[in-house]
Design a protein around this ligand. Structure first.
Ligand SMILES: NC(=O)c1ccc[n+]([C@@H]2O[C@H](COP(=O)([O-])OP(=O)(O)OC[C@H]3O[C@@H](n4cnc5c(N)ncnc54)[C@H](OP(=O)(O)O)[C@@H]3O)[C@@H](O)[C@H]2O)c1
Length: 179
């Protein structure tokens, strides 16, 4: 099966994924009475595993909900020594260069990966390892915070596959890497 690294993320109008305090409550600033998941479940149904940065892992662990993933989660960290016992069968610590990290994940048969976390996505983009991005834009200017994008060693072309509007306020663009 073809390998595919995908991003599915929400950003502010000014391109941040977390505010200046690392907060993400603004993600819910648009009333969503029917809890439209904006394609999230459909997206997660076609991935084999997640690769996320330590900060995003800890953010998710801090949510007051059950563990939200039914696929293996590979957590990137150079500072964590182990995954807390309560997440033992669900999350797995990985370290090294992106190539070193990805090889054993592919060998286990996980080919379609959901890449999550600001630093992580930026590092994957720097190495031109992102194949598709679904970016949901919330109409708010945060004025600072954790940016989705940063400088790249080279230009990366993407092709627009689909645009959807949700709740009359939120635009979701689906881009595919044009190689
Ligand atoms: N808007 C959204 O939809 C959305 C989605 C996801 C996350 N977020 C938010 O975005 C913020 C995440 O921010 P973040 O920029 O800190 O990113 P992150 O990618 O979640 O975590 C960064 C950490 O991952 C580890 N890491 C990254 N690349 C690595 C590599 N190649 N090897 C080893 N470790 C690596 C490092 O951990 P160590 O320091 O332990 O080495 C690094 O400090 C959080 O506030 C989160 O809530 C928002």
């Amino acid at each position: 099966m073809d390998k595919k690294n995908s991003v599915f993320i929400a950003t502010s109008l000014d391109g941040y994924i977390a505010d200046k305090n690392g907060g993400i409550d603004w993600l819910h600033s648009i009333p969503n009475p029917n809890n439209d998941d904006m394609g999230y479940v459909k997206f997660t149904n076609v991935i084999d595993a997640l690769v996320m940065g330590r900060t995003t892992f800890e953010t998710v662990c801090g949510f007051d909900v059950d563990w939200p993933y039914n696929k293996p989660v590979f957590v990137l960290s150079n500072t964590l020594n182990k995954i807390p016992d309560s997440y033992k069968e669900k999350a797995f610590l990985v370290k090294g260069t992106l190539t070193e990290i990805l090889e054993p994940i592919y060998e286990k048969g996980y080919h379609r990966l959901y890449i999550d976390g600001g630093t992580t996505i930026r590092n994957f983009l720097k190495a031109d390892l992102i194949d598709e991005m679904v970016i949901t834009t919330i109409p708010i200017l945060l004025g600072g915070g954790s940016p989705l994008f940063s400088e790249l060693p080279k230009k990366l072309k993407f092709e627009l596959i689909k645009t959807k509007t949700f709740l009359n306020q939120v635009v979701q663009n689906h881009y595919k890497r044009k190689r």
